[in-house]
Design a protein around this ligand. Sequence first.
Ligand code: AMP
Ligand code: MG
Length: 335
Amino acid sequence: METLISSDVRLLANLIQEGKVVIFPTETVYGIGASTKSEKACLRVYEIKGRPKDNPLIAHFDSIDSIAAVCELGDMGRVLLERFSPGPLTLILPKKDKSLFPKELDTLAVRIPKSPVVREWIKLSGGPISAPSANLSGRPSLTKLTDVKRYFEGVVDGILLAEEPSFGIESTVVSLVSKTPVLLRPGSIESKELLTILPDLVVPDPYTRNELLSVPLSPGTKYKHYAPTARVILASTDEFIFSLNTMSESKTTAWIGFSFDGKEGEKKKQKIGKQPLSEFDHFCKVTSNEEYASKLYAFFESCDLSGIQTIFCELPKEGIGSEGLRNRLEKASSV
Ligand code: AMP
Ligand code: MG
């Protein structure tokens, strides 16, 4: 199959209108999209990804008004979208237009991507566009065009060229379906910020979420997620430095984190400097949680491509940007 790779939003909108599947960048990760009005096109997205059928898709809209036209937005939903959209916030809302995919659910996950180019494309497509992350189910989401092409060129009908993802982890998901709002998936918009607007937001404890909640969780939370083929080890700073210090000769180990600056890290850097092992850099140094999130999935991809078997990931710094990142690292490191 020929894949149309273009920044021409009109051409790619035509594909969506014809019931085709198009990959596009958002500020979080790449999405693989089809018209929310076409069940057949949406089912093809499931087939391409190998995604379980009971894990619904997020519908991407160009504006708050377009959401309000097909969902019960309510005052709270509107306040949240006005504060955080366009941006990495997904709301689960009661559906007004029952013909939208998935037809068997009374609810719809909605989000407005940040990029004006993507919003224009959604508008020209006659929107909304249902899209999960553009990756094979269970694997890390993709944040680089080169990775998207490697997996999906010749498989999907189109790839929209626009600004590459910058946040790097998937959107925060909040359900407004029952009386009490619930955080279903942490992300870059953190519970602290949401609580300023939604003081009764239920924020499940990640270690006991099932027991604590009387409301149903997002179906997506029951699946293995975000995991590269390599084994991921989540390490405290001490463990991270210790591993750098003791495993420096290993060609099948890689590290992502903050703490390469200690004595051990410097020694290791010098060694690598003297005898480069390959094009692949085993060390991904970051200086903030935000940078960590934006580089994580691409690093996982390059580790798998380079035959890395173990990836040490340093725990995020406490505070801003840690909530979503820590959630993804915990999922990726769980066996
Ligand atoms: P992704 O697979 O990265 O596209 O993430 C989509 C997330 O939104 C998954 O966790 C889905 O289970 C969740 N989701 C989508 N639609 C709904 C819905 N109607 N109700 C609850 N969760 C949903
Ligand atoms: Mg996904």
